[in-house]
Ligand binder design. Structure first.
Ligand SMILES: [Mn+2]
Length: 470
């Protein structure tokens, strides 16, 4: 009944030859795959046996759809199998047994053989098969490995020659790819893939709880790796939860490139579990004034920086969780009042300031409390009080708008929404409330301000919005 492809990560030479054969066929887009595998600083055999299992599993499908007592069914969103008559969610048995090692990493995948007798069960192959998946898993393994070196839990043990330090630095900078060219080529493939995924999404995403929500990351790779260890350690496939990121992935921190590629990889692997909104730093002009442009110029090149920004141009701008929680980077817009209208925002916005004011406002707006309102200059205060919409110019940032509790109430009522969750502003505890707790701000990059701030994230589950402070 069970077929196992590797035992305790031990692979025989014949198996390795087979694996290499499969891999070299898969990686036609990536040059020198063979050499690259041999030169990797981590256990090639473990890695190869896992990828081999993935490959083998993908290739097998079971035509077990005929035995159910239902005539018509269709594959719905998230590949749910639904009966057309009763529209009940049907369950299928996955043909994969996922094996975890003691530290919670996936170490093996076992394929189940179909049952010999007639059965009402069906099998479903739930991890998709594509070259890009193997490449993405490869990059994630490299980035996770990189974090061990960057954050001091692992050091190079190789013997030191004269210029070994330089070599090490170069290896780390290239994520263990032998050359910078190979790393750039990989990033290019990942960016092109993720761009297509973003472009297909609705501008206002519909997400179901349970869902974790993350605020600004700003190149804080250490925090992101920690979140991945806490909230989706083994793999995004093995979690039922979803992950919503509210934008501002790049700039300011030291590892913007790692942060954005890490998230892109998860978006590719589990597009229905990982959701990324656009923040005001996912804009070319902003990055030119901060660090992401110069980081890319130094470590990659301007062409790849531009390609990554093409992905940002296609990112959705807002999300609604369980039809009652509105998520956005900055805040509610003044130009548009209903969520329906948000889906009409054009998909490619290379210059959102000129192309779409609602998009711009959602990325830049801030809430304002009653107490803050009293501190406003007389003429501004009058404006926000008299203006029935409840917005005034955002004097803090010089662009976008401030929205008052009035504006919040109107938006919530009009769209039958209960809460607004947003990022965009740092607070000592990593969270803050406005409009009697109807607007929740979260900031998920610790040590960002002076004195040092905490990072917080939200868990939306079981009819509760819970703040998790790290
Ligand atoms: Mn921001």
């Amino acid at each position: 009944m069970m077929q196992k492809y590797s035992t305790n990560n031990i692979v025989t030479i014949t198996q390795l030859e087979k694996i290499m054969n499969v891999l070299s066929k898969s990686y036609t887009k990536l040059p020198h795959m063979w050499q690259l595998l041999y030169r990797m600083p981590f256990n090639v055999l473990t890695y190869a046996s896992v990828t081999f299992c993935y490959r083998q599993t993908f290739q097998s499908t079971f035509p077990y759809y005929t035995d159910l007592n239902i005539n018509n069914y269709y594959i719905g969103n998230n590949n749910n199998i639904r009966c057309e008559n009763c529209s009940k969610n049907r369950f299928a048995l996955s043909n994969q047994v996922i094996c975890l090692s003691l530290d919670g990493e996936i170490c093996d995948i076992i394929r189940l053989e179909p049952f010999s007798e007639r059965s009402t069960l069906e099998f479903i192959v739930d991890i998709p098969d594509d070259d890009i998946y193997l490449l993405t898993i490869d990059v994630l393994v490299r980035l996770q490995r990189l974090s061990l070196f960057l954050f001091g839990t692992e050091i190079f043990r190789t013997s030191s020659s004269n210029n070994s330090n330089n070599n090490h630095e170069e290896l780390l900078r290239n994520w263990f790819f032998p050359t910078q060219m190979e790393m750039m080529e990989t990033i290019r493939i990942i960016a092109q893939t993720v761009m297509e995924i973003f472009a297909k999404e609705e501008r206002c995403l519909k997400i179901k709880s349970p869902c974790y929500v993350f605020g600004d990351l700003h190149g804080n790779f250490k925090d992101l790796i920690a979140y991945s260890q806490y909230f989706w350690k083994c793999s995004p496939f093995l979690n039922t939860g979803r992950y919503l990121f509210l934008g501002d992935y790049v700039d300011r921190g030291n590892h913007s490139i790692e942060v954005i590629i890490f998230l892109f990889c998860f978006k590719i692997l589990a597009p229905n579990n990982f959701f990324m909104l656009r923040g005001n730093h996912e804009i070319r002009d902003v990055q030119r004034r901060f660090t992401f442009f110069s980081d890319c110029q130094k470590r990659l090149n301007v062409e790849i920086w531009d390609l990554i920004n093409d992905c940002f141009d296609c990112m959705p701008l807002s999300a609604v969780i369980d039809d009652c929680i509105f998520g956005v980077h900055g805040g509610i817009p003044v130009s548009v009042t209903t969520i329906q209208q948000l889906n009409d925002i054009p998909i490619t916005l290379s210059n959102p300031f000129q192309q779409n004011s609602a998009a711009w406002e959602m990325m830049w707006n801030d809430p304002i409390n009653y107490e803050e309102l009293l501190l406003l200059p007389e003429n501004q205060r009058k404006f926000i009080n008299n203006n029935e919409k409840g917005f005034c110019r955002n004097f803090k940032r010089g662009t976008g708008y401030l929205f008052s509790e009035n504006a919040v109430k109107k938006f919530l009522r009009k769209n039958s929404i209960d809460f607004i969750i947003r990022a965009h502003e740092v607070f000592a505890d990593g969270f803050n409330f406005n409009s009697q707790g109807k607007v929740i701000t979260i900031f998920s990059s610790s040590g960002y301000s002076i004195p040092s701030n905490k990072a917080s994230i939200l868990l939306i589950s079981n009819n509760k919005i819970r703040i998790i402070r790290t």
